[in-house]
Design a protein. Structure first.
Length: 503
C-alpha cells in the first residue's frame, strides 16, 4: 500500500519572488488554473502583506480556484495574519501559512529574539490565525540549521496551539539527504501528537540537492512536499515539482508513495511558466528539458528501437509531451488544428479557437510547416492583453555593417497613429528608442533574449525582454513571436509596455 504525498506548490510565492519571475494578475490567475488542472493539493498564491497587488491577486485566485487549497504566507505578526486571512477568506479551502526562524543565527542576528521569545511568538500567532481558519501551517524557517531539541519544543507547542501542518524548510539549501532523513525521523519520533499532523518539507537548491532532500524527507515519513514548477525560486530555486513527482512515480517500487498530480499536465505547466516568466529551462533539465527524452547516441537509438525500456525509464507521453510531432500546413483544416491543440493538452473555448485558427492561417501563409511550438506560440494567451494601449502598425528599418541603423516605427496609441524615427546601435536599439519616444515613458531594458522556437530556415523567433518603467518599477517580461527577428523584438517590447499599462 502506498502512502499519499501532498504536493504544495509555491511557484506563485517563493517562485514569483525570485528575480525575473514576477507575474501580473492575469498571469498569476492563468498559472493558478494550470496548477489546479495539474491537481496540486495546495497553491501558495502569494504573501498577502507584501503589497496590495499581492493581496489582490491571492484574493482573485481564491475566488477562482475550487479544487486546491489556497494559502497565503504570513510572518508571525498580527498584521501579516490579518492580511493573509483577508486574501484567502473566500477560498473553497483556505489556509494560513505562518513562519518564524528557529536557527541560532537567525534568532540572534535577524530576529534579535531569545529562543523563549520565539516560541512564545509562534504559539501566540498560531492561536491568533486559528481564530480565522482551521487549516494552519507553521514553518520553522531555517529548520535544518536549528537545534533539534529546540525544534521539537517549538513544534510541540504550535501543534497544541492549533497548527495542522508543520513545515521543515531547508531555507538556505545546506542540508544533505541523510541529515534530512535524520531531522524528519527525529521529529516523527519525538514530537507528541505529530502523528495527527501533516509533516512537510521545503527545500532550496543551493547545493543542487533540493529534490534529493525532499525525497529523503518522504522516506523518513514526511507527508507533504513544497515545490515549484521548473524549480524556480529564491537564489538557486526550490525543489522542482516535475522532478520530485516523477521520481515518486517512476520509483514507486522504492518510495511506496504516490501523489495526486496529473503528470500528463507537467509539460504544459512547465511551458506556461517559461513563457510567462521568460526564464527558459536548460535543454538537459530533467523531465521538461528539450533533450530530456532525446536519444542521440547510435547505441542508445538501436536499443530504443528494439525496446524502449532499454534507455527510457519513463515515457515522454507520461509527462504530456506529445508522442508524435505531427506537422500542419496551410491546407490543414480547423479539425486537424483543433486535434493537434487537444493532443498538446490544451482545450480552447469556441471563441478562442476561432481566434487561434485565424492566426494559424496567417502564420501558415508565411511558414510552410507549422510545428507544435508554433501552435503553442499561437495559443499561449499571456501575450494577449485585452484593450492594448499600444499596437504595432508598421516599421521600416535601414541597417548595415557600416552605417548607423535607423528605425521608423508607427504605433497605434489608444487608437491614434504616432510615428517616430530614431538611429541606434543596430536595428533593435534604434527601434526601442523610437518606441520610447512614442510612449514618452522612461524605459530601462534590463534583459533581452532571442531564440528560434522551432528548427528550419523559416522558424519563428521568440524575443523576450525584461523592462523596468519609471523609478523603482518592477521588472516586466514582454514576449513577441514572429518569423522576422526585428518584428519579434519590437512586439516583445510593445507587449512589455502594454503589460505595464494593464497592471
Ligand atoms: O525557504 C523558506 O524557509 C521559506 C519559508 C517561508 C517557508 O520560504
Ligand atoms: Zn523558501
Amino acid at each position: 500500500m502506498s502512502r499519499s504525498i501532498k504536493i504544495f506548490d509555491t511557484t506563485l510565492r517563493d517562485g514569483e519572488q525570485s528575480p525575473g519571475c514576477s507575474m501580473n494578475l492575469k498571469e498569476k490567475i492563468e498559472v493558478a488554473k494550470q496548477l489546479e488542472a495539474l491537481k496540486v493539493d495546495v497553491i501558495e498564491a502569494g504573501f498577502a502583506i507584501a503589497s496590495p497587488g499581492d493581496l489582490a491577486s491571492i484574493k482573485a485566485i481564491a475566488a477562482e480556484i475550487k479544487d486546491s487549497t489556497i494559502c497565503s504566507l504570513a510572518r508571525t505578526a498580527k498584521g501579516d495574519i490579518d492580511a493573509a486571512y483577508e486574501a484567502i477568506k473566500n477560498a473553497a479551502s483556505p489556509r494560513i501559512h505562518t513562519f518564524i526562524a528557529t536557527s541560532p543565527v537567525h534568532m540572534e542576528h535577524k530576529l534579535r529574539m531569545t529562543p523563549d521569545e520565539v516560541v512564545e511568538r509562534a504559539v501566540a500567532m498560531v492561536s491568533y490565525a486559528k481564530k480565522y481558519v482551521s487549516d494552519i501551517e507553521f514553518s520553522a524557517e531555517d529548520a535544518c540549521r536549528s537545534d533539534l531539541d529546540f525544534l521539537v519544543r517549538i513544534i510541540e507547542q504550535v501543534i497544541k496551539a492549533g497548527a495542522t501542518t508543520i513545515n521543515i524548510p531547508d531555507t538556505v539549501g545546506y542540508i544533505t539527504p541523510p541529515e534530512m532523513f535524520n531531522i524528519i525521523s527525529h521529529i516523527k519520533n519525538n514530537v507528541p501528537g505529530i502523528e495527527n499532523i501533516v509533516l512537510s518539507t521545503h527545500c532550496h537548491n543551493d547545493l543542487g540537492m533540493a529534490v534529493a532532500n525532499s525525497l529523503a524527507a518522504v522516506s523518513a515519513g514526511a507527508d507533504q512536499i513544497e515545490c515549484t514548477i521548473n524549480g524556480i525560486g529564491e537564489r538557486a530555486g526550490n525543489t522542482s515539482l516535475e522532478e520530485v513527482v516523477m521520481a515518486l512515480k517512476t520509483r514507486k517500487d522504492f518510495y511506496e508513495a504516490a501523489t495526486n498530480i496529473d503528470t500528463h499536465s507537467i509539460y504544459r505547466s512547465s511551458r506556461l511558466i517559461q513563457t510567462i516568466t521568460g526564464v527558459p529551462v536548460a535543454p538537459t533539465k530533467a523531465i521538461v528539458g528539450a533533450n530530456a527524452f532525446a536519444h542521440e547516441s547510435g547505441i542508445h537509438q538501436h536499443g530504443m528501437l528494439s525496446n524502449r525500456t532499454t534507455y527510457e525509464i519513463m515515457t515522454p507521453e507520461s509527462v504530456g509531451i506529445p508522442s508524435t510531432t505531427m506537422v500542419l500546413g496551410k491546407h490543414s483544416g480547423r479539425h486537424a488544428f483543433e486535434d493537434r491543440i487537444n493532443a498538446l493538452g490544451y482545450s480552447l473555448s469556441k471563441e478562442d479557437l476561432d481566434i487561434a485558427f485565424k492566426k494559424f492561417k496567417i502564420l501558415a501563409d508565411k511558414k510552410k510547416l507549422i510545428k507544435d511550438m508554433d501552435i503553442e506560440s499561437i495559443i499561449l494567451k499571456d501575450t494577449e492583453i485585452e484593450d492594448k494601449k499600444l499596437e504595432l502598425e508598421s516599421f521600416v528599418i535601414n541597417t548595415g555593417n557600416d552605417i548607423t541603423s535607423t528605425s521608423v516605427i508607427k504605433l497605434k496609441v489608444s487608437g491614434k497613429s504616432i510615428e517616430k524615427v530614431s538611429t541606434g546601435d543596430g536595428p533593435i536599439n534604434a527601434s526601442y528608442k523610437s518606441i520610447n519616444k512614442i510612449s514618452g515613458l522612461a524605459i530601462e531594458l534590463v534583459d533581452y533574449s532571442l531564440h528560434a522556437l522551432t528548427d528550419g530556415e523559416d522558424a519563428q523567433a521568440e524575443a523576450i525582454v525584461k523592462i523596468k518603467i519609471g523609478e523603482g518599477g518592477d521588472v516586466i517580461t514582454g514576449r513577441g513571436v514572429s518569423t522576422d527577428v526585428v518584428e519579434a523584438s519590437i512586439k516583445a517590447y510593445v507587449n512589455g509596455i502594454n503589460k505595464y499599462y494593464a497592471a
